[in-house]
Write a protein that binds this ligand. Structure first.
Ligand code: URA
Length: 241
């Protein structure tokens, strides 16, 4: 499919549509080694090499970022009262139409994926795909063997909702890892609460096989490759991609 040059330039996040048209007029854009003459020129975006001021721009329509979410930010694109995870990103990236693929509570930290690919987000979040998510929780009391056994069976939450079986492991003093394959509202906190214990802090470590990169400090993020994310997050569905 062919796409207009100014659209590709603006979807790269580097320029607005108007700035893109101006950059072409000023001769600052080349397509496959030739200075572009028209912003309306139509291009096969996935195979084209486009340079802006001599630097290659990303021509993909869909973009993927992994973030180490800090406390105090809501997993939303906008909010009247709270700071959102999008506010941690640069103006360039905010132009891309990104949204968080899945939510972490305001006080939860760790791995969050931001993308503008609705299809990917849907696959990752769809309960039928059962993508596992791994959390590290600090609790007010140590979890015991009966908690581990109850998680293995699936928990009945205090409102009567049933969860799927989940894995619970002790990893330190009042520290445990929990792996769940669904995303009910406050699920980990409510599962622990149903055992009469309280989560004091919660961090997401992994989605599918995608680990939170050690290089990312809280509040930092980096771009990820589509193929890598599909392979790691949607491993079991990989053959369908
Ligand atoms: N479970 C929770 O309780 N909170 C989160 O942020 C994620 C999973």
């Amino acid at each position: 499919m062919l796409t207009r040059l100014d659209k590709i330039l603006s979807q790269s996040g580097k320029l607005s549509r108007k700035e893109a048209r101006r950059a072409v007029k000023e001769g600052r854009v080349s397509v496959n080694g030739v200075i572009a003459e028209s912003a309306e020129q139509k291009i096969e975006r996935e195979s084209a090499v486009i340079l802006l001021d001599g630097e290659e721009i990303c021509t993909s329509k869909y973009r993927y970022f992994v973030m180490n979410k800090p406390k105090g930010y809501v997993s939303a694109t906008e909010d009247e009262r709270e700071q959102t995870v999008l506010e941690l990103m640069s103006t360039h990236e905010r132009r891309l139409g990104l949204f968080p693929a899945g939510r972490l509570d305001k006080d939860t930290t760790g791995l969050l994926i931001l993308t503008n690919d609705g299809g990917f987000a849907h696959k990752m979040l769809s309960p039928k795909n059962r993508v596992p998510k791994l959390y590290l929780a600090e609790t007010d009391e140590n979890i015991d063997d009966s908690d581990i056994a109850a998680f293995k069976e699936g928990i009945t939450l205090r409102d009567g909702a049933e969860t799927l079986p989940a894995e619970l492991r002790r990893v330190g003093d009042r520290l445990c890892e929990i792996e769940i394959c669904e995303g009910k509202y406050h699920q980990v906190k409510r599962m622990i609460a149903s055992r009469g214990k309280k989560v004091l802090s919660l961090k997401r470590l992994k989605i599918g096989e995608l680990m939170l990169p050690e290089s990312l400090r809280e509040g930092q993020y980096k771009e990820a490759l589509r193929d890598e994310l599909f392979r790691l997050c949607l491993k079991s569905m990989h053959d369908e991609q």
